[in-house]
Ligand binder design. Sequence first.
Ligand code: FES
Length: 107
Amino acid sequence: MDFHRVGTLVEIPEGELRAYDLPAGRVAIAHVENELFALGDECTHEGCSLAEGEIDDVKDTVVCPCHASEFDLRNGEPIEGPAEDPVPVYTVRVEDGWVEVGPLVGE
Ligand code: FES
């Protein structure tokens, strides 16, 4: 997957998440202390939107709003259940103030 421009950095205030639709599916972009993370928006438990969840900026995780599964923003792994499967994590970069989402991390 090439990089896709999804929006501007100012749309994603620090400590918050925003969801964007991409050809590969919906992604949630998290802005944590000057770093961005892009992960699949759909919780692997029952599909709630992780962009509606809460960031933990100490652990670099997002907590699902539905049943509190907690995912590591760096690798998408669930560190608290009930979710058992990871969410995909995408490369993300900022170019001239634009947020761009690229291939899956590790591809
Ligand atoms: S849908 Fe996310 S924890 Fe249940």
